[in-house]
Design a protein around this ligand. Structure first.
Ligand SMILES: [Zn+2]
Length: 405
């Protein structure tokens, strides 16, 4: 097959230009993204604002398309500008080259996660504007920094800023995950990150003794109970093929630390577990479990959470007739005959900050029949998948921005 000239599509050119900006961790430089997005705003004839909710190194860029009903709550289309690091020697194409191969695959870090989505929002709006359309609700398209390392310099401070409040957002769209099958996952909730650090004190002394209450015995008890809990969740998954990883609690021992010398029983050992609570497990119940566990293990054990965020689960986004935005989204994907699957996001995205301030949010990336290569080597997206995604967003955006008040 002769290589097709993919460069003839203007939208593909914009996408590849954005992919070539190496806004990569650690220490990404976002200024070239800001400059690029300002040019996009000019091309689209839309106003653009740059906010700095934390510091000058971490800009939030917002383009806005005003609706006819200016007072109505707006629609937010969010994406992050940052990408995860690369190991170029593991790639068959340069990770920031955005090369297109003969099969029409665009290779670049961010091609799936998630520079595609940000550019598809803009491409869809460019097409809708070109048709002379205008909608009732204002649409804001935001590009945020720092998502890949937790959003503490991006969406987290942004949602509590006056600038964010003044956008008057009623509903938000953000990233999902690519799908290797025909189905499109739609994420309406996220698990609660509740990593635990145990600081286990015990009697210290010479290693030739058999002292009571050593930190090692207590660590052994705690680890065995945590692993029992882990096994119970694994069993839930095995017993019910309907369940996804986001539906259960995950527990993994990640760090064990302490000790000074091989023949000295240490006064303190530390153990860290990565824990993500399923929606059906209350933080308060998990906390009681940990309090009991520390007592049963012999006491003199302190624990704290790796994340100091709110203790409650953030309410999932409602996906029934009572949420007109969900109904508008679903109508769009139904009309396009897309197969949706509602899921709980297994990791964390910026949507959790949006939901925390009470705004309904869905996670969706219009990428199906594509291997999941987020954070992987040779991340790519097919030209045809990208262009199809623009068509999908045109319908979704039109429907969302037309929801009656
Ligand atoms: Zn992402």
């Amino acid at each position: 097959m002769a290589a097709k000239n993919w460069g003839t599509d203007k939208e593909i050119d914009y996408f590849r230009e954005y992919l070539r900006i190496p806004s990569v961790h650690p220490n990404p430089d976002y200024e070239p993204c800001v400059e690029f997005l300002k040019r996009q705003a000019e091309n689209l004839d839309l106003p653009v604002e740059v906010y700095y909710p934390l510091d000058k190194q971490n800009p939030v860029v917002v383009l806005s398309w005003e609706g006819t009903e200016k007072e109505w709550p707006s629609i937010l289309l969010n994406s992050h500008m940052d990408v995860v690091p690369v190991f170029p020697e593991k790639w068959t194409h340069p990770p920031f080259g955005a090369e297109v191969d003969e099969e029409g695959r665009i290779f670049a870090r961010g091609s799936q996660d998630m520079k595609c989505v940000g550019m598809q929002y803009l491409a869809a709006i460019r097409a809708l504007k070109a048709k002379g359309l205008r909608f009732k609700r204002t649409i804001h398209i935001s590009f945020v920094p720092d998502e890949e390392v937790g959003g503490r310099k991006g969406m987290m401070p942004f949602v509590s800023s006056e600038e964010f409040k003044s956008l008057n957002i009623g509903f938000s769209l953000d990233e999902g995950i690519s799908s290797p099958t025909a189905e499109f996952p739609v994420f309406y909730a996220e698990r609660t990150l509740k990593g635990v650090i145990f600081k286990i004190s015990g009697s210290a002394g010479h290693g030739l003794l058999l002292m009571p209450n050593t930190a090692g015995e207590k660590l052994s008890y705690i680890t065995s109970k945590m692993m029992e809990f882990r096994a119970s969740q694994l069993k839930r998954l095995k017993d019910n093929p309907e369940l996804q990883i986001g539906d259960v609690t995950t527990i993994n021992l990640t760090i064990v630390d302490g000790g000074v010398q091989s023949n000295v029983v240490p006064p303190l050992l530390t153990a860290v577990f990565d824990v993500r609570l399923s929606l059906d497990l209350k933080v308060s119940d998990f906390n009681s479990f940990l309090v009991n566990l520390c007592e049963e293990a012999g006491g003199d054990i302190e624990f704290e959470f790796t994340s100091k965020r709110r203790n409650d689960h953030t309410a999932p986004t409602v996906t029934d007739e009572s949420n007109p935005f969900w109904m508008a989204f679903k109508r769009a994907t139904d009309e396009l005959s897309l197969k949706n699957k509602l899921q709980v996001f297994p990791g964390g995205t910026d949507s959790r900050y949006i939901r925390e301030v009470g705004i309904p949010a869905l996670g969706f990336s219009p990428i199906n029949n594509t291997p999941v290569l987020l954070h992987d080597h040779d991340e790519f997206l097919r030209v045809e998948t990208y262009l199809r995604g623009i068509e999908i967003y045109k319908k979704i955006i039109e429907n969302l921005a037309s929801v009656e008040s």
